[in-house]
Design a protein. Structure first.
Length: 568
């Protein structure tokens, strides 16, 4: 991705900073200014959001416009055929919207197991049998209906334009298409758009999506029923059946987004709100802050082994507790005991100088690990300080790979976020519980942790993709800011580590651990594994005086855009 700051030729009032596609390659300049700001995975999508702010829209209008633009220009994760979560703060009040996918009515607990009870590779990942009932069409409309200011069709307009008139493919998108060429090549409807002539669309090429533009036009006119009923719902059911799926038009018509009470917690002097179950992400970030505040983490030397050790030991326990989480409407367990003072005290008291083997850390019980990296996060503030933190996903990159003929968008493979075989590591090592077993109509457990924090007139909006690495990436950026007073971009850039209970290892980005720190961690019993990148954080910070900073993550290639850039 192109480096540095530049002014958009089309939108001279905007300042733009782009990520670079590789952690540590160089420092993208954070953009600063006044008014609103949007950070998302693609420049065209961030610009769509700021265009809507410029037209008098608020943070909800801009977030929806950005999310819909991502459905056009970031098909790896932006979507109409997937779902997500949003945490909002408007006029000082927080709320959480759940538009997570649900399992189709015909889903069964053993649908991804072979005759011997073992998960069948690929069954929950490739093709529409892997798809949950999309939540985005109803969810984005719901967010707008509750908080938006501009007329609905105006908010959809930038996405219609990008789909109908086309957009230039970024280097990131071209590279991701090349990586998923085998998946997209299985489905002619997907290959026709993203593999013309059998080759990945090149960076800089213009891509038009007339079928998606038509869907978006009808969505602008009629709302979610343009997708969940009538010919498009029939097209989704037909495409699903033709490729072995179980998704029906009745599933689409039955889908409802839900408002939930956010997870609220304090983070080293800031107040914070994030997503409750069916995401585990908010609870993990809240537990992280709760435990670290109890164990004196902030006073430990920065970048030393003590801090890394305590983070790993904290997350080992957070992910063990995650084992008990699932769709709260099915399990009856909303996760709040995991944040009780007595449980956090007990967990904090378990931390020792030496690593505790994960097999000795039991999940929470009364009373006493790959989700895909392809998710996308957008952070928005408006000129009044209202904030939207939204994470959406198809799960895997380009979801299940199938573009629906007659609708023009990809279906998700979110069913893989269920525990196909509870108690056994899934294909990516994450161990999940019976609470997250497949059942009809149930929401699959997520790790997404859209986060809004505030303190004395300041607002901070953070979030990330990355499956189980979402809450640990988000928590580290938060800690860099609220504990170590990093500038926003420095906080985002800083190398990261991760632990998820199983596999029992600290995953570390290159440069995250100095050689002497790594040696000390090994002496304390930790296994270390290198990983290229942990998360892709989109961050916005608004000061009490109305100044805004916005930072895209160099790991990804996203773009930060500020409404009124600072002079110079
Ligand atoms: N699909 C990734 C997540 O929901 O955590």
């Amino acid at each position: 991705m192109v480096a540095g700051r530049r002014l958009s030729a089309l939108m001279l009032v905007l300042a733009v900073a782009l990520g670079l596609g590789q952690a540590g390659a160089a420092d993208p300049t954070a953009v600063a200014g006044t008014g609103g700001a949007v950070v998302s995975a693609e420049l065209a999508a961030s610009q769509a959001g700021v265009e809507i702010l410029g037209a008098g829209g608020n943070a909800a209008d801009a977030a929806v416009a950005t999310a819909l633009a991502l459905a056009v220009v970031h098909p790896q994760a932006g979507n109409l055929g997937g779902g997500g979560f949003a945490v909002v703060r408007f006029s000082g009040r927080v709320a959480a919207l759940d538009f997570r996918e649900t399992a189709p009515a015909a889903a069964r607990a053993d649908m991804y197991l072979d005759g011997r009870g073992r998960p069948v590779a690929e069954a929950s990942l490739i093709g529409p049998l892997a798809a949950g009932v999309p939540g985005s069409p109803a969810g984005l409309r719901e967010l707008h209906a509750a908080y938006g200011r501009l007329p609905w069709p105006q908010v959809v307009e930038p996405a219609i334009r990008l789909a109908g008139e086309g957009f230039r493919v970024s280097r990131r998108l071209s590279g991701d298409i090349a990586e998923e060429q085998a998946l997209l090549g299985r489905f002619p409807s997907s290959a026709a758009i993203w593999l013309p002539g059998g080759r990945p669309v090149a960076a800089g090429a213009l891509v038009l999506q007339p079928e998606l533009a038509a869907t978006l036009r009808d969505y602008a006119a009629a709302g979610p029923s343009a997708i969940s009923e009538g010919p498009r719902a029939a097209a989704i059911e037909a495409a699903s059946r033709a490729h072995g799926g179980i998704l029906t038009a009745a599933d689409l018509a039955a889908y409802r987004p839900l408002w939930r009470e956010p997870v609220r917690f304090s983070a080293f002097g800031w107040q914070a709100a994030s997503m409750p179950p069916p995401s585990s992400g908010g609870i993990i970030v809240a537990q992280t802050c709760g435990l670290l505040q109890r164990t004196g983490w902030a006073a430990l030397p920065r970048f030393g082994a003590d801090r890394a050790h305590q983070l790993a030991e904290t997350w080992r326990r957070c992910f063990a507790d995650r084992f008990q989480l699932g769709d709260p409407d099915r399990t009856g367990f909303d996760g709040s005991p995991l944040l009780s003072a007595s449980w956090l005290d007990l967990r904090a008291g378990q931390l020792r100088r030496h690593a505790t083997p994960s097999k000795k850390v039991r999940p929470w019980s009364e009373p006493a690990a790959r989700e895909s990296g392809q998710t996308t996060h957008l952070s928005v503030v408006d000129g009044d300080g209202n904030a939207v933190s939204m994470t959406t996903t198809l799960n895997g990159s380009f979801g299940c790979g199938l573009t629906v003929d007659g609708a023009g968008f990809l279906l998700n493979n979110e069913m893989d976020d269920f525990a196909a075989a509870p108690g056994q590591p899934n294909l990516y090592g994450l161990v999940q519980g019976e609470a997250n077993a497949v059942a009809p109509g149930k929401r699959m457990l997520s790790s997404m942790s859209p986060l809004v924090c505030w303190r004395q007139g300041e607002v901070l909006v953070l979030g990330s993709p990355g499956g189980p690495r979402i809450p640990t990436a988000t928590a580290q950026v938060l800690l860099n800011i609220v504990v170590d007073a990093d500038e926003l971009q420095a906080a985002v850039n800083r190398p990261r580590i991760h632990h998820q209970w199983f596999p029992d290892a600290i995953f570390a980005e290159p440069d995250a651990l100095a050689p002497e720190t790594a040696a000390e961690l090994k002496r304390r019993g930790h296994e270390l594994r290198e990983i290229k990148a942990i998360g892709d954080v989109s961050a916005v910070r608004r000061a009490a005086d109305g100044g805004v900073e916005a930072a895209a993550d160099p790991r990804g290639g996203g773009a930060a855009v500020v409404q009124h850039p600072a002079p110079g």
